[in-house]
Design a protein around this ligand. Structure first.
Ligand code: ADP
Ligand code: MG
Length: 605
């Protein structure tokens, strides 16, 4: 029997290798731009057509290549970046495997034009599916330009695998952003189908963040900086209140984007408790370590990097994140355990009410000289006693006095002020009420959103079903395809108390809505629901129920401009504080703000 093992021809081997390195146009963009950066370029332009499926060009002003190097560059394992195995432990360049160009050339039609500054003429090489078609001297600018046409033209199975233009373009933009963040000192432009998407000048990191994510981000950035012998940590965190549902989270190690779930945990632990429940913080964190203490050699395209001392880096990262957040006073000064007790009676039946224990400054006289008029009380966490005006106020209000018995005891510790909370509505937008530490301001709309959101989540989770209110049936014509979308959530919204059925021909009929939501505009609610589902991509950690509850609570919460009477305000406040996370709206906005008494006192000095 003859021997059967043969060596694969290079073109086939390269095509197989290409499968690992190049999955889509975005991978080509990444490899070519990284090569340009390794070549010392500080000005790089990327031109795409059809999201890169038919055309990708990367032009740089880097060092260029000699005629021989230009030809060599396409051989597998051809690299100028390492020479011996030891070099692997000191890598500071992006590439070092010598695989990218060989791979790209195997699965596309490629033209390279390159010239070193010292050469008069440059070199042009044309390759199609690993086969060199032409090589000739050309006159061209110093630096390098790659043109990649018809990616995967000779691997139809892979070409078919490509996603829509929108998706592939988004992938390319993701790679672009990562590189742009790792190299703010490089000018980068991205042009797609003739439109300039980005033109990033050479800047500092903060400016680059503004260019990439918009001007608004600059006010919410917190500086991160720690320098130790193990790791140097730098970059920016985004303040909790500016955090969004969709967050931008980036780690870079030695100038290379990486994913690192373990370090991510360190950052999240630092943000713990100061973050609204439904958002996650954006961060841009740069770790610099001695290259010999990392292993980036795990997989050609994977973005995981292994560190020698991950535990220590974890601790350092968490500590410096905490410190940065603390230093910028990002941690809310609100003592919520205290405020939450507000008007939720905790006394058991028959339990004795303890006499108030407070250290009152006996010398305090509000009418005395200035420095004495802001007495400090020991033992209170910055709570000052309002002078006894409340008792005067509540004397004329017997109905409130009765309520006060029920609700007043949490205020026992600040003096004999038995009174019900009083509510004032401001601008048909805010509910104001005095609390121990000052004046509490509640955003009525956000509060109501939070209440509805938690109630809906609870209903969905426990499949309890909300009661229903019948409507005079309303029909609504949907856009083609929308009914299918609605069907996905039909069971759940039925559980919430909606009665919606298909009427055929993209028309639905709405027979009922949840009790308590009378007066809502059902068309709008359904329309918004569909829009929300279409716009937000399924994001890890966000369940269908959360999305549904968020969308519905947003569209059915009371608006600004709605006048509320005292009972309604009371109800909102009661229900808000019965929520698990009263501080934040479902979309992560502040619901409550407390103007501290000290601030008020300050104004009357
Ligand atoms: P690697 O980047 O891992 O070395 P590549 O296949 O990406 O492997 O590139 C092979 C070689 O081609 C590089 O080592 C470099 O010497 C050369 N090269 C690639 N792109 C450029 C460029 N834009 N400018 C100058 N040299 C380049
Ligand atoms: Mg490379």
């Amino acid at each position: 029997m003859p021997d059967i093992i043969k060596l694969l021809p290079d073109s086939v081997a390269n095509q197989i290798a290409a499968g690992e390195v190049i999955q889509r146009p975005a991978s080509v963009v990444k490899e070519l731009v990284e090569n340009a950066i390794d070549a010392g370029a500080n000005d790089i332009t990327i031109v795409l057509k059809d999201a890169g499926k038919s055309f990708i060009q990367v032009i740089d002003n880097g060092c260029g290549m000699s005629a021989t190097d230009a030809r060599m560059a396409f051989e597998r394992h051809a690299t100028s970046k390492i020479q011996k195995a030891d070099d692997l432990f000191a890598i500071l360049t992006k590439g070092f495997r010598g695989e990218a160009l060989a791979s790209i050339a195997a699965i596309s039609e490629l033209t390279l034009k390159t010239r070193r500054r010292e050469d008069e003429l440059g070199t042009s090489i044309t390759i199609s599916a690993s086969e060199v078609k032409k090589q000739e001297p050309v006159s061209c600018p110093g630096g390098t330009s790659f043109v990649i046409r018809n990616l995967f033209f000779n691997v139809p199975a892979r070409r078919k695998f490509l996603k829509t233009e929108t998706t592939e373009l988004r992938n390319a933009i993701v790679e672009f952003q990562r590189i742009a963040l790792a190299h703010s000192n490089v000018c980068l432009s991205l042009i797609h189908n003739g439109n300039e998407i980005y033109k990033l000048p050479e800047t500092g990191l903060k400016q680059r963040l503004v260019h990439l994510f918009g001007r608004k981000i600059s006010n919410s950035l917190v500086d991160l900086h720690t320098d130790t012998s193990i790791v140097k940590i730098s970059g920016y965190l985004v303040k909790p209140e500016a955090s969004k549902r969709k967050s931008d989270q980036y780690f870079f190690a030695n100038g290379r984007y990486m994913r690192h779930p373990y370090f991510h945990k360190a950052v999240m632990q630092a943000y713990e408790k100061i973050l609204p429940p439904d958002v996650s913080p954006s961060y841009f964190i740069y770790l610099d370590v001695d290259p010999s203490t990392v292993d980036i050699n795990i997989h050609p395209t994977k973005t995981e990097i292994k560190f020698e001392d991950e535990r220590s880096i974890f601790q350092l990262l968490m500590a410096s994140t905490k410190e940065a957040l603390g230093k910028f006073n990002v941690v809310p000064s609100l003592d919520f355990n205290n405020e939450k007790a507000f008007n939720i009676p905790l006394l058991k039946k028959g339990q004795e009410i303890k006499p108030p224990t407070i250290n009152i400054n006996p010398e305090f006289n509000p009418f005395e000289a200035e420095e004495k008029s802001t007495p400090t009380y020991r033992g209170g966490n910055s709570q000052r006693i309002p002078y006894n005006w409340e008792t005067l106020y509540s004397q004329n209000k017997p109905d409130e006095q009765v309520q006060a018995k029920r609700e007043g005891q949490q205020e026992m510790d600040i003096g004999p002020m038995h009174h019900a909370p009083r509510f004032i509505q401001l601008k048909a937008k805010y509910i104001l009420t005095p609390v121990k530490s000052g004046l509490m301001i509640i955003d009525q709309r956000r509060a109501h959103e939070r209440i509805l959101y938690e109630r809906m989540l609870h209903t969905l989770k426990n499949k309890t079903g909300m009661s229903q209110k019948n409507l005079y049936p309303q029909t609504l014509e949907l856009q083609p395809g929308d009914y299918a979308l609605l069907e996905e959530v039909l069971d759940d919204i039925t559980l919430l108390g909606f009665d919606i059925r298909s009427f055929g021909n993209n028309t639905i009929v709405i027979n009922g809505i949840p009790a308590g939501m009378e007066g809502i505009n059902v068309d709008k609610v359904v329309e918004n629901l569909l829009a929300d589902f279409k716009n937000t991509e399924q994001k890890a950690g966000k369940t269908l129920h959360e999305k549904l509850a968020r969308s519905l609570s947003r569209t059915s919460a009371i608006g600004y401009g709605k006048e509320l009477n005292r009972e309604e305000m009371q109800e909102i406040v009661d229900k808000l504080f019965a929520c698990e996370s009263p501080n934040y709206s479902p979309t992560g906005k502040n619901v409550i703000h407390i103007v501290p008494l000290e601030d008020i006192e300050q104004r009357f000095k």
